[in-house]
Design a protein around this ligand. Structure first.
Ligand code: ADP
Ligand code: SF4
Length: 680
């Protein structure tokens, strides 16, 4: 029973073929960087989602056979018995909390390169890989028969691993999509040409899977629609037609849209429930339950999706990562406790880096097994001790919240007149408004903790800190952007004429803008150059970026923001110059040189902004360390977040959380994982 009847509909059980989900909260398949390499990570993390109330919890993409190997990206697999044992850990962890476990069977087709297995890839046609110098072979009749057999065998292994829902995965440009997409399928056999022919393999795969495991497992289909809208209505096309022809064949539809950067849209460019008009089509043609995503964090939006007949299940990847306990919090009517996803895509980014998942909002994500962290529970304080935290940015706020939850007497002193540090500044940049949730959720939680005192306007020096006589001091004083252009590509300062200054992102965020035309020197890889340039542009300045990179924000390829970022700059009239390093500025002209040829370039400008590196604000920490060493006694001191090592906000939150857990605890041995652990 839910405390608030308004949300009762979200807790109704829903039948999916032969199985019944206990409620409408559905964690759709999502990457974790865990896959087959980290089965214990996987089991513990998915188990926490089930514990938090998600009625269905799925794996990430799960390869059916060694001809589908996505190395270096971590993926799950069901190739053999050891994989069955590994994934059984996950299904058991999910079942322990009464949820259903789903597995997304996958074959990558021409979109992968089989770096590990060295098998040739195959697809509907012979196509080059988008990056690696390999090309797939066109599947012949025997390949198609083999593929169907491998898929069937993997489905049987999924059943053996006790999954309740087995996916047939038809989208995201992988193998099955190649057959369905008329642009990718020019075959002349019974699998190419007409719409029915292009749909044939998908239909066969669903039928094969139902025949193999459908007696006890639900068969779900993950499918995408183009998402082309006209006057708010979905334009009917081949993909609608194909879905209609097999509308009632699967037990469940899991719907996405073609355009992955939009489907996986960051909040910078895509807002909540962006797929509504597309997904609503499915229920108009199928009697089967439908799940769809939309970065849903508001229970009212969730209820509306169900009541309007758009969805049967509230699908989530990111919201379930940011807060695995959303369902429990809604059931208990603790809506203010929901830790809302900010749409930064840091979770996804680390999958493409081969590392286990992490989350800006939820520092315990990915640490459930490795560090034994739980998103809702922390160990109680070890003693009646006091902690002083200096700095109220994301690191300081998360440390204060966690220490407060543990029961320590905590004081947080912030030099400025507002809390939030860089989050408060950065959330005013174009597109980053939702990032304020990092601060706001923590302030909401801190308000409930009588043992935590927050002081603004308190710029502490070393003597102030020592006079406070806390048992422990956490220095979370952040970092500031450098104004001399030193960074990765420049090891010495830019030559500036006398009386001429360069501006930094800190100046831009404080509203201190140079007159134009402005040149922004970009040696950063993430969002700050693009966002700063947009602020200047929208304030009417002519803006050019001289970048050391060949695209602006190359790291945003990991957050699916790269094309949006560059398109937005071009559309808004920011001129882009690539592969150059700025050398000098005299107030009238910027001199740079090409990184490849060394050729000198001169461009007129009256303002220069540098976005290159940050300087940790660590003086207080070193002064304290010196005092304590000289006196031979004093509080324990730890520097955390950007004043320790400038990084992304997720790292500052994580550092605050880790430091708060570490007080009074034995140093934890962090566990590693390799796939040989499949054997146990
Ligand atoms: P992080 O990302 O590591 O949390 P931020 O830069 O976001 O770092 O936040 C650091 C905060 O510390 C800022 O709000 C800043 O005003 C504050 N701060 C810096 N030095 C002091 C100090 N000596 N006393 C109190 N607060 C400080
Ligand atoms: Fe949301 Fe960012 Fe966490 Fe991903 S990392 S779940 S996008 S807050």
């Amino acid at each position: 029973m839910t405390t608030n009847p308004r949300y009762e509909i979200l807790f109704e059980p829903v039948q999916i073929g032969p199985v019944t989900a206990p409620n409408r909260f559905y964690q759709v398949p999502h990457c974790t960087g865990m896959g087959v390499q980290r089965p214990h990570f996987q089991a513990a993390m998915r188990g926490v989602k089930a514990e938090g109330g998600w009625g269905v919890v799925c794996t990430e993409y799960c390869s059916i056979h060694e001809t589908s190997d996505d190395v270096p990206f971590p993926f799950a697999s069901l190739w053999d018995e050891s994989d069955v044992r590994a994934l059984h850990k996950m299904s058991s962890a999910v079942h322990e909390h009464g949820a259903l476990a789903g597995v997304e069977l996958w074959h990558g087709g021409s979109l992968i390169s089989n770096n590990q297995s060295r098998k040739p890839t195959f697809g509907s046609e012979s196509r080059p890989h988008f990056f690696d110098p390999v090309q797939s072979r066109k599947m012949d009749a025997q390949d198609i028969r083999d593929f169907r057999r491998w898929h069937r065998e993997a489905a049987l292994r999924a059943k053996k691993a006790e999954f309740d829902i087995v996916y047939v995965y038809l989208n995201h440009n992988y193998l099955m999509w190649e057959f369905m997409d008329p642009a990718l399928n020019h075959r002349e056999d019974e699998y190419g040409g007409s719409l029915d022919n292009r749909l044939r393999l998908a239909r066969e795969l669903i039928e094969d899977t139902k025949e193999a495991v459908g007696d006890s497992c639900a068969v779900a289909v993950r499918y995408s629609l183009t998402g082309n809208l006209e006057n708010g209505q979905l334009v009917r096309d081949d993909y609608c037609e194909m879905l209609e022809r097999i509308a009632d064949l699967p037990d469940l539809w899991d719907i996405t849209i073609h355009d992955y950067p939009t489907e996986m849209g960051s909040s910078r460019f895509v807002k909540e429930a962006a797929q509504e008009q597309v997904v609503s089509f499915v229920k108009s043609v199928s009697s089967k339950p439908v799940v769809g995503v939309g970065r849903f964090t508001s229970p009212d939006t969730m209820v509306r999706q169900i009541k309007k007949g758009i969805l049967d299940f509230v699908g989530a990847a990111r919201p379930s990562i940011a807060d695995p306990f959303i369902p429990t919090k809604i059931r208990e009517d603790r809506l203010e406790d929901i830790r809302e996803c900010i749409g930064c895509n840091i979770c996804y980014a680390h999958n493409s880096r081969g590392a286990a998942i992490r989350c800006t909002q939820n520092p315990t994500m990915g640490e459930e097994w490795r560090s034994g962290w739980h998103p809702e529970k922390v160990p109680p304080r070890h003693a009646d001790e006091t902690v002083l935290i200096v700095g109220g940015g994301p690191a300081g706020l998360e440390a204060a919240r966690t220490l407060g939850q543990r029961g320590y007497t905590v004081t947080l002193a912030e030099a400025g007149t507002e809390l939030g540090g860089r989050v408060t500044r950065e959330c005013k940049l174009p597109g980053l408004a939702e990032w304020a949730r990092v601060r706001d959720w923590r302030l909401e939680q801190l308000n409930k903790l009588a043992n935590v005192a927050l002081y603004l306007d308190s710029d502490l020096g070393a003597n102030d800190v020592l006079d406070f006589e806390a048992d422990h001091v956490l220095v979370a004083t952040g970092a500031k952007w450098r104004a001399d252009g030193v960074g990765f590509n420049r090891l010495s300062p830019i030559s500036l004429a006398d009386g001429i200054r360069a501006y930094t992102p800190d100046d831009i965020m404080a509203g201190d803008l140079p007159d134009g035309p402005v040149i922004l020197f970009d040696d950063d890889s993430y969002y700050m150059s693009a966002c700063s340039a947009l602020v200047l542009r929208r304030a009417g300045r002519a803006v050019s970026i001289i970048s050391t990179h060949s695209v602006i924000g190359p790291w945003t390829q990991h957050t699916e923001e790269l094309s949006f970022t560059n398109a937005q700059l071009m559309t808004e009239g920011v001129a882009l110059h690539h592969n150059e390093v700025v050398q000098a500025f005299d107030g009238n002209e910027v001199i740079s040189h090409c990184l490849f040829t060394g050729e000198e370039k001169r461009r007129p400008a009256t303002g220069l902004v540098t976005v290159t590196a940050r300087q940790p604000r660590d003086r207080l920490f070193f002064e304290l360390a010196d005092h304590i060493e000289a006196q031979g006694s004093g509080p324990s001191i730890t520097r955390i977040g950007d004043c320790n090592a400038p990084g992304i906000i997720a790292h500052a939150v994580y550092a605050g959380h880790a430091a708060a857990r570490a007080i009074g605890q034995e140093t934890q041995v962090k566990k590693r994982e390799v796939s040989c652990l499949h054997q146990d």
